[in-house]
Each structure stands twice: as C-alpha cells, then as structure tokens.
Design a protein around this ligand. Structure first.
Ligand code: DX5
Ligand code: ZN
Length: 221
C-alpha cells in the first residue's frame, strides 16, 4: 500500500547549546523538527521550559512537531500551538480532558497529536478519532533518547492502523527508530517516524534521514 512517509528528527540528543547549527544539519531532509518537552514530573528528565521551547519554535526554519511529556498538559498545550508549533502532541496519560484540550489546540490553528506510553492500550482511545490528527505510539518508555526499540509495540501500531482505517490520521512512532527498525514499523502501519540518536550520531544527518525515508518507502510502495 502506497503511503506518504514523514521523518521528524528529534533534537533531544543533539547539542542543545548549538541548536541553530544542529537544526541546520537536518533541515533539508526533514519534514518537521520533533521537539521533546520534558518536565521532570511526567518523565524523569527535563529538557525545555515553555519560554525556551517557544524560542526554538519561533526560530526553526522548518515546522515544529511538539511532543509534550509534561504533567497537567491541558493548560499549557494550546500555548505551544499559539507559539507557532505545526503540531502539538499530548500524552493520553497526562490529560484530564482529552477532547477539550485537542479542540483548544485546533482552535489555535495547530494539528493535534495523542501519544500513548508503551503500557497504554489504544482501544480506549479509538473514540477520539474525530479530534486527533496523529496518533503517537511510543516505542520506548518516554524520557530518554538512545533506547532500544520495543518490538512488542508493533502489534499496537497494527491495531492503531486498523482503527484509523481510511481517515487521514497520521501514525507516528517514537523511540529507537533506525535503519534496523524503521522497515518493521512502516510495515506495521506507521507513516511518521521520530529519529533522534540514529540521525544525530550519524556523520551526515541529512543523508541518514534520506536513507531512513527510502527504507520506509521500500516496504510501503
Ligand atoms: C523519548 C523521546 C524521543 C527520543 C527519540 O522520550 O520522546 O523523541 O528523543 O530518540 P531515539 O531516536 O534516540 O530513541
Ligand atoms: Zn518524542
């Protein structure tokens, strides 16, 4: 089945002190910049506060896909959309009112994403299809880059693809995506791929993104 493929590199493992140069390394080949926002509460790691994240969003030469790994995300999520993020993804486990938060993100003109941690099942979230532009299936426990892709998540990716059916909802995977794992994730139904360490540890990040894309395309064409 032919499908559009998107690669969204994560700057979590990039040199955060030299972000502008780091983003320039991937801007040509990437669809969006994946921005991991962590608060040290929802996950045991901290990356950016809202002020720093919105600076990055404003200065990014490509659209930003904000992945919010923060507690009590309902209040802050629309502000990321207002700051200019192309898409804002919230964790199902961190929201108190999924529908109103997704609608508020839409109200600020951004795409919506709903993310599920490895132990969260997709079946309970099928009823939110009308308000979701992208499902994010975590293929590692959120919090850190450089972890091993959880093969046991492939089944959840397949289930999600079935639930999405013919709707134009994107299906993103995040965690451990590399040339070794991307084909399996694409075969299972993913069309949007976060890649952190595989891209930034490569000597030519733009070229690695192109190879990842070709690898995903080779199993979906
Ligand atoms: C993990 C983050 C990911 C991470 C991916 O919690 O959400 O986006 O940066 O990094 P890799 O590709 O190294 O697993
Ligand atoms: Zn992420």
């Amino acid at each position: 089945m032919s499908r559009e493929i998107r690669i969204t590199p994560s700057i979590l493992n990039a040199d955060l002190a030299n972000l502008e140069q780091e983003i320039a390394l991937i801007a040509d080949a990437s669809d969006f910049l994946h921005l991991d926002v962590m608060d040290n509460i929802f996950v045991p790691n901290f990356t950016f506060d809202f002020e720093r994240a919105s600076q990055i969003i404003k200065n990014s030469p490509i659209g930003v896909d904000a992945h919010l790994m923060v507690a009590d995300v309902d209040d802050i999520a629309p502000a990321y959309a207002q700051a200019g993020a192309t898409s804002v993804t919230v964790h199902a486990e961190a929201t108190k009112n999924i529908v109103s938060t997704l609608k508020a993100i839409h109200g600020e003109g951004a795409r919506t994403g709903l993310a599920l941690k490895p132990r969260t099942q997709i079946a309970s979230y099928a009823r939110f299809l009308d308000d979701v532009d992208m499902f994010l299936i975590m293929t590692v426990e959120p919090g850190f880059g450089g972890q091993k892709f959880m093969l046991e998540m492939l089944d959840k990716v397949r289930q999600t693809r079935l639930i999405i059916g013919a709707r134009p909802i994107w299906l993103q995977v995040d965690g451990g995506i590399s040339l070794e794992t991307i084909a399996q994730a694409a075969e299972a139904g993913a069309d949007t791929f976060v890649a952190g360490s595989s891209v930034f540890n490569s000597s030519d990040p733009n070229e690695m993104i192109r190879s990842l894309r070709n690898c995903a395309l080779s199993v979906t064409d």
